[in-house]
Design a protein around this ligand. Structure first.
Ligand code: TYD
Ligand code: MG
Length: 464
């Protein structure tokens, strides 16, 4: 029998196997498997099991009202957490290295401490001096945040349990935390999980809110935030495209709040600044409109958001046509193209197609279909869409345009930003001052409205 002193664990998905392999059988990741110390055998193995202690089972009734919240004062952050962090809960903030997680956390803690809260920041990556420099750059040096640089979980817990009970503790990052109880190197699944578990337990027992920072990793050299998502109460991801200044904080799991809210920030030379009205940011300069751009009246959580969708349809070269999509779903684009061909009679599928959501935002709402279709048709026909127009509506496989929720909110935002016309699903009966509604039944009608029919290229009702 093989020696069972150690096992091989995929750092990406956590699958355990008995031998090393270049490729993980379970998730298909390459070079993600590392050797780790043997886990305790299931069922107790050689160690004697202790006899369990009885605990009382109770009913679901509660005297507690809505959980109290710890409001940091960084409004965009508080919005995404669902109105502040819940005491005793654990929150994970994931994101690519360098996106600004440490900056965001320090900003939130500083703001919380400035209001009189007890905030602790434990940095495992940066030395005290580096954190202080960052604080100085952000202009928060004078806020009473308690700062520590440590990576050993036993040290961290001893410090936290020994001092005054903190209201919020941030650990930056879980990949640097290690326990002396394990042989594995910091950053391995075992270390990350054990450390996070201890911190979550500390949150529950002490009532402190714990914020864990986790780097998203593609190579699988260290365990990513996915490894601890199940342990925590809320998971937020901090996203941003390289080359763009704005950052989006998005909730993907929240036991105490909604998961569709986003917070928008702009990275400046002095930390992150909150963007209360993101539409203006994502729309950019719309003075000269060229074919292939359409404005989508979208919704992110409770907040309307206008974004520009850009399409380029070009004659294909050799072989199968190229598709490149940024900020939208590739499968969704394939579907829209197929529907435009089959129901709209366009013949667009043979061309190279590029689709981009301006500003680097990621759009996941089905209601963006109509705007994407309009941008594609516009580029294909070489006709710019009328300038002050927004679009929303979901497109079904039959080519019908289906209603989208919260039409009123979308139209209001469009009117506020100076748009005067909206392509909407039929049946949208909302009066919005300053906006003329253009109901669209199906893609055939959309093609006709834009004036892109092949036999009558210049007959469109919107010809300008
Ligand atoms: P950081 O918070 O260190 O990222 P993470 O913790 O997610 O790895 O932020 C890194 C980037 O942010 C870095 O490239 C510098 C930039 N930055 C600014 O532009 N302005 C600032 O005020 C700060 C503090 C950072
Ligand atoms: Mg950092």
């Amino acid at each position: 029998m093989a020696r069972s002193s150690s096992s091989f664990v995929c750092q990406s998905c956590g699958a355990v196997s008995g031998k090393w392999a270049g490729k993980c059988e379970s998730c298909g990741g390459w070079n993600t498997i590392t050797e780790e110390g043997a886990p305790a055998p299931i069922g107790g193995g050689a160690a004697k099991r202790v006899k369990g202690r009885k605990f009382a089972l109770e009913d679901l009734k509660t005297e507690d009202k809505a959980p109290p919240r710890r409001i940091t004062g960084v409004a965009e952050f508080d919005r995404v957490t669902g109105g502040g962090i819940v005491p005793g809960s654990a929150l994970l903030i994931g994101g690519d290295p360098g996106v600004g997680k440490s900056t965001l956390i320090l900003q939130a803690l500083a703001s919380f401490a400035a209001k009189g809260g007890n905030a602790v920041y434990i940095s495992g990556e940066e030395a005290m001096a580096q954190v202080r420099l960052r604080a100085a750059r952000m202009g928060v040096s004078d806020t009473p945040v308690a700062l520590g640089a440590a990576t050993n979980i036993e040290d961290i817990l001893a410090t936290l349990e020994g001092g005054a009970r903190p209201d919020i503790v941030a650990i930056d990052s879980i990949q640097t935390i290690w326990t002396s109880a394990l042989d594995a190197a910091p950053g391995t699944i075992a270390q990350v999980r054990t450390g996070s578990f201890d911190l979550v337990r500390f949150a529950k027992s002490s009532g402190a809110a714990v914020i864990l920072v986790g780097h998203v990793t593609k190579e699988g050299q260290i365990a990513g935030p996915k490894a601890v998502e199940h342990l925590v109460d809320a998971v937020l991801y901090f996203e941003g495209e390289r080359g763009h200044h704005f950052r989006v904080l998005r909730a993907v799991k929240n036991r105490f709040g909604p998961t569709d809210e986003i917070g928008v920030f702009e990275m400046t030379g002095r930390g992150l600044s909150e963007v209360a009205n993101p539409s203006a940011l994502f729309l950019g300069d719309r003075n000269n409109v060229s074919p292939g751009t359409a404005v989508f009246a979208g919704l992110e959580g409770t907040r309307p958001l206008l974004v520009e969708i850009q399409a380029l349809v070009a004659a294909a070269g050799y072989g199968s046509p190229r598709r490149a999509v940024v900020g939208w779903d590739t499968g969704r684009l394939a579907m829209i193209l197929a529907v435009l061909d089959a129901r709209g009679g366009l013949g667009i599928s043979a061309s190279d197609v590029y689709l981009n959501v301006a500003g680097g935002l990621k759009v996941s709402e089905p209601a963006a279909d109509l705007a994407a279709a309009a941008a594609l048709i516009s580029s294909f026909a070489g006709r710019a869409l009328p300038k002050e127009t927004v679009f929303f509506g979901e497109i079904s496989l039959s080519g019908d345009v289906r209603p989208a929720p919260q039409a009123e909110l979308r139209l209001k935002e469009a009117a506020k930003l100076g748009f005067s016309r909206a392509f909407v699903p039929v049946g949208t009966r909302i009066e919005q001052a300053g906006i003329a509604l253009e109901p669209v039944r199906d893609v055939t009608e959309l093609v006709a409205l834009i004036g892109a029919e092949q036999d009558a290229p210049r007959r469109g009702r919107l010809a300008s």
